[in-house]
Design a protein. Structure first.
Length: 263
């Protein structure tokens, strides 16, 4: 079994915004970079970031301060709207395999992403030396992944992230049963990461760790520690690393994570 890759999801929570930490707040580049460094020190080898309007500053700041792998999020955006991410050659870029249908407080998010868009994204990623990270929200996402793969525009391993418990029309139950069902559908050659929004997160993450898959954890997904108290992304990463060690699976180094993900 490969060592565990922990992805730190540093953005603010859409579902549980706090008075002092909202997704709509202006981006504090220095604070984001500093928290990314703390996540790396806690055991994360990948950081998932949102940095609209400041992609250059954030990516450059992270690279100047630590060796973590940068995964640039905001898959609601078109490829043209993420030109800075491509120019910076972020190691990974998040791509939605279908329709965004999310229901957060004060925000209903509906964006259609066609299979043709996914193919175009994959071609741009290959051109810029970036690995696409495909968001798998349900079984239809798996069908779309195979469609893109069969076009011959992807290089294995295929980086995929399962989303469970995220509210809206693409919701799926945050349970071990749902994780196991979707895992059986995945084609060969996939590196699977698991993101869970909700109280079932630790049970699903435990199953994923034991099955050899990888996990995403942080303030964007479920901003509460094992005591139920609001926590920073770096504290949540530290808890996940401790859990993995307890289960007998070592946490990956950055070099190991790059090899596993083909970055």
């Amino acid at each position: 079994m490969d060592p565990l890759i922990i992805t730190a999801a540093t953005p603010a929570s859409w579902l549980w915004p706090s008075d002092d930490y909202k997704p709509t707040d202006p981006l504090d580049v220095d604070a984001l970079v500093a928290e990314t460094v703390r996540c790396r020190e806690a055991g994360a080898t990948v950081v998932h970031i949102h940095a609209e309007g400041a992609w250059n500053e954030v990516i450059e700041g992270i690279r100047a301060n630590c060796d973590i792998i940068v995964q640039s999020g905001m898959s609601t955006l078109t490829a043209d709207e993420r030109a800075d991410v491509f120019r910076q050659k972020s190691e990974m870029i998040s791509i939605m395999l279908g329709h965004h249908d999310e229901a957060f407080p004060g925000l209903d998010n509906h964006v259609l992403h066609t299979r043709e868009e996914s193919v175009d994204y994959a071609l741009r990623c290959r051109e810029h030396g970036i690995k696409p990270e495909f968001e798998v929200w349900h079984s239809g996402s798996v069908w779309n992944l195979e469609y893109v793969r069969d076009k011959g525009v992807l290089d294995a391993p295929y980086i995929t992230t399962f989303f469970l418990g995220w509210p809206g029309g693409t919701w799926s139950p945050p349970t071990v049963e749902e994780y196991s069902y979707r895992r059986r559908l995945m084609p060969e050659g996939c590196a699977v990461i698991v993101s869970v929004m909700g109280e079932g997160q630790r049970q699903v993450h435990t199953a994923a760790i034991q099955q050899g898959d990888h996990i995403r954890i942080g303030t964007e997904d479920w901003p509460f520690d094992r005591k139920g108290e609001r926590a920073t992304a770096s504290k949540l990463v530290a808890e996940a690393a401790q859990l993995s060690e307890f289960l007998g699976r070592p946490v990956a180094t950055v070099a190991q994570a790059r090899a596993i993900l083909g970055v």
